[in-house]
Design a protein around this ligand. Structure first.
Ligand SMILES: C[S@@+](CC[C@H](N)C(=O)[O-])C[C@H]1O[C@@H](n2cnc3c(N)ncnc32)[C@H](O)[C@@H]1O
Length: 476
């Protein structure tokens, strides 16, 4: 490898770097003169990358990278080399390697903060290592400033640039067909994409969701209202007809087409108003023998086939808690989304109460409970921290807490409130190891410690992984 003298390493230099490892966020790095240098493409250990050396936010980085030595991993390519998007950080690793590395990261982090014995179980594999996503959210934009409109994902490490993703292996063949159609269709309309800086333009996002087990697909096109009535009618008609003419595989059908309008300045996919162009607005998924209506904007785990393993783990931990008479227990399902965990658990427990921030998800949770003939699960809308007081006022106390917070974690303020229930056990489902660690430390201050945990790989090829932990209160 061509090496540079330490003193000559300066901004703009061309450098060749052998990759040492991937960090917990899936970013690859190597060392040059004992300095850690990150690269801005997806690569694996021992591969050699060539790029331009820069210093950004106190970090050393190589940009405009290309791989010049694949270290025998060339055949493991998961996504197009040039594209580098979709979060496919582990695209050069075999599935076994991915799982080992990701589980290893979690174990290392836990060992850093936990000084007692705990059980770290065998990692739970994703049912499918690719084509597993049940939701894809694309953006309209251009590949480079001034370029023509395209539909795709944001290029890795770029706020503005979009890359086309035909063939991305995170999505299945039906999603790809729909994506390709929409990408071509938008180009033919002659309408521009929404430009964030001057707030002008029409196309914003495309969201495709599916219910894996009932074979339903919802296509949701998100635009501004910057279009005349006549243009809108034509657009909607042709868009709908084009989608319905697609020949989908494996018995899947488009059961809903939605046109969402969003004139908000925020970059999030927000619905200010909607028109249903075809069929149903909601999807209905079936897991654990229960039906779940999912509205276009409510949370649902993105890997449907592995979700039973994740929730199954919660159920197993619950059933195996010593001295918990589960049939007599009141369970709090906090951060409950569409009420999936609460309803699955309700078959075992006496009562289940859920709290969820998104009112539409709560509406669906209660509707789903009715649909499934479940009478002992109730969901309320609001912030967990605030809404717990309502249960207190009604004299409702949990025997066990199940927490499945968003990436931000549970947080100190809410934990301080939760520990007052003095439950012997807490089950914590985490999608973000960083906030899991801070929350575990906080729970630790109140006498709770992790007794066992399991990582469940819901997101192959990406750096993300779910962790299910069982906490127990011990006597000081
Ligand atoms: C990881 S999801 C879990 C959802 C559900 N348990 C499931 O598996 O489908 C986290 C949920 O927490 C909700 N949420 C975020 N912040 C919240 C808060 N402060 N209070 C209540 N719910 C919140 C989100 O809307 C989201 O539905």
């Amino acid at each position: 490898m061509k090496k540079m003298e330490k003193k000559s390493l300066k901004k703009g230099d061309l450098l060749q770097l052998k990759i040492t490892n991937l960090d917990t966020k899936g970013r690859a790095y190597g060392f040059f003169d004992e300095n850690k240098i990150y690269v801005n493409i997806n690569v694996a250990e021992n591969q050699v990358v060539e790029g331009i050396f820069v210093k950004r936010r106190k970090k050393f980085e190589l940009i405009h990278c290309k791989i010049i030595n694949f270290a025998g991993r060339q055949n493991a390519i998961y996504d197009n080399i040039e594209r580098q998007n979709g979060g496919c950080n582990y695209q050069y690793y075999t599935y076994d390697e991915q799982l080992e590395i990701k589980a290893g990261h979690i174990k290392k982090e836990l060992d850093r903060i936990i000084k007692h014995d705990y059980i770290f179980e065998e990692p739970v594999r994703s049912v499918k290592p690719d084509k597993y996503r049940n939701k894809m959210e694309f953006s309209f934009g251009n590949a480079e400033k001034g370029g023509p409109i395209i539909l795709g994902l944001h290029k890795q490490n770029s706020f503005h640039d979009i890359v086309e993703v035909d063939g991305l292996k995170l999505m299945d063949d039906n999603f790809n067909k729909i994506y390709v159609f929409c990408n071509e269709f938008c180009k033919k309309t002659g309408f521009d994409f929404y430009h964030r800086l001057d707030h002008i333009g029409f196309f914003r996002n495309l969201v495709i969701r599916k219910a894996e087990f009932t074979k339903q697909i919802l296509v949701n096109i998100v635009t501004t209202t910057q279009i005349s009535e006549m243009e809108k009618e034509n657009f909607q008609k042709e868009f709908k007809e084009g989608l319905l003419a697609l020949n989908l595989n494996d018995g899947f059908k488009i059961t809903g087409i939605l046109h969402t309008f969003n004139d908000n300045f925020s970059d999030m996919v927000i619905s200010e108003s909607e028109t249903i162009l075809y069929g149903e607005r909601d999807l209905t998924e079936e897991i654990f023998g229960l039906k779940f209506k999912i509205s276009p904007y409510s949370f649902f785990q993105t890997n449907s086939r592995t979700v039973e393993k994740l929730y199954g783990k919660v159920l197993t931990y619950l059933e195996e808690i010593e001295n918990l008479k589960i049939h007599e227990a009141t369970v709090f399902d906090l951060f409950s989304g569409t009420g999936t965990i609460g309803q699955i658990v309700s078959k075992k427990a006496k009562q289940v109460y859920g709290i969820e921030l998104v009112p539409e998800a709560v509406e669906k949770a209660n509707e789903n409970a009715k649909l499934n003939n479940i009478q002992n699960a109730h969901f309320i809308a609001g912030d967990v921290f605030e809404k717990l007081d309502e249960f207190d006022n009604d004299g409702i106390n949990p025997n066990i807490l199940i927490l499945d917070p968003p990436r931000a974690g549970v947080g100190e303020k809410t934990i301080t409130k939760l520990v007052k229930y003095d439950t012997k056990n807490i089950i914590y489902v985490s999608c973000n190891p960083k906030t899991l660690m801070t929350d575990l430390m906080k729970f630790g201050e109140f006498g709770y410690r992790l007794v066992r945990c399991s990582v469940v790989d819901m997101f192959p090829v990406t750096p993300h992984i779910e962790v299910v932990g069982l906490l127990e209160k011990y006597d000081f």
